[in-house]
Design a protein around this ligand. Structure first.
Ligand code: URA
Length: 239
């Protein structure tokens, strides 16, 4: 049994908040009866009509995209810029799980499955996110240690994390550093490097949990396998 507003949202009809509004306005019928009670539970076997439309549960889809630079991580953009959803050939109302900046590349998952998305976004799950940053300047051990111990950004200390210097390019005065974090704060990696005095010139997310860029060129994507989906669901079962 599921709450009616959650069911409507997960069918891909609208957001949960909008579904609540429709229920309160008397626009939702369950088996021919108008329901205005938000707590109403449904099994999915009922005939549900939302604003005159018969609800059919949308099949779930799961994608892994190698996000290119210059694409926005939203479903729509008021400035008409290309979105990550535009890159995927589907009729389903998928959305990105989390966010990568316009100029950040790499692993991005998309789905229309709210439960799946919640597991990956939930801070308790401690999903590792691996980034590689190209920095302006040559970073030293001292700054790397500060990052490892957790720097303060926006007035809040970041969790301890793993940081590794991959290589320095003295000729071009740049450093390549990998960093593994669990949190997903806004512009977190760029702000962490800024906190120790470095500008990020390029940022790529190489891995999120079990998902890597293996076999995917920039802009390419693939569907997740049933095994991969069940691995993520099994994280929730372990609570
Ligand atoms: N941290 C950032 O600063 N930007 C991203 O896109 C992802 C993590």
């Amino acid at each position: 049994m599921e709450r009616l507003q959650k069911y409507i949202a997960e069918a891909g009809y609208t957001s949960r908040r909008k579904a609540e509004e429709l229920i309160k306005k008397g626009k939702v019928q369950v088996n021919g009866k108008i329901v205005t009670e938000l707590g109403t539970k449904v099994t999915g076997k009922e005939e549900i009509i939302v604003d005159g439309n018969l609800l059919t549960k949308e099949e779930k889809e799961y994608y892994l995209l190698n996000k290119p630079r210059g694409v926005i991580t939203t479903t729509t953009d008021d400035k008409n810029r290309k979105t990550v959803v535009d890159l995927i050939n589907t009729t389903k109302r998928i959305y990105p799980i989390g966010r990568l900046d316009y100029d950040t590349t790499g692993v991005l998952l998309l789905t229309n499955d709210g439960d799946f998305s919640n597991i990956l976004m939930h801070p308790n799950e401690k999903i590792e996110k691996v980034y590689v940053a190209k920095l302006k300047g040559i970073i030293k051990g001292e700054e790397i240690n500060k990052l490892k111990n957790g720097v303060v950004i926006d007035g809040k200390k970041c969790e301890k994390c793993k940081v590794k210097l991959r290589r320095v390019d003295t000729k071009n005065n740049t450093s390549y550093v990998s960093i593994i974090i669990h949190e997903g704060r806004n512009h977190q990696v760029k702000k962490m490097f800024k906190a120790v005095g470095f500008e990020v010139l390029k940022l790529k997310r190489e891995r999120v949990g079990i998902f890597t860029l293996s076999g995917l060129n920039s802009g390419e994507y693939r569907k997740l396998s049933p095994k991969e989906i069940s691995i993520i669901y099994s994280l929730k079962d372990g609570d």
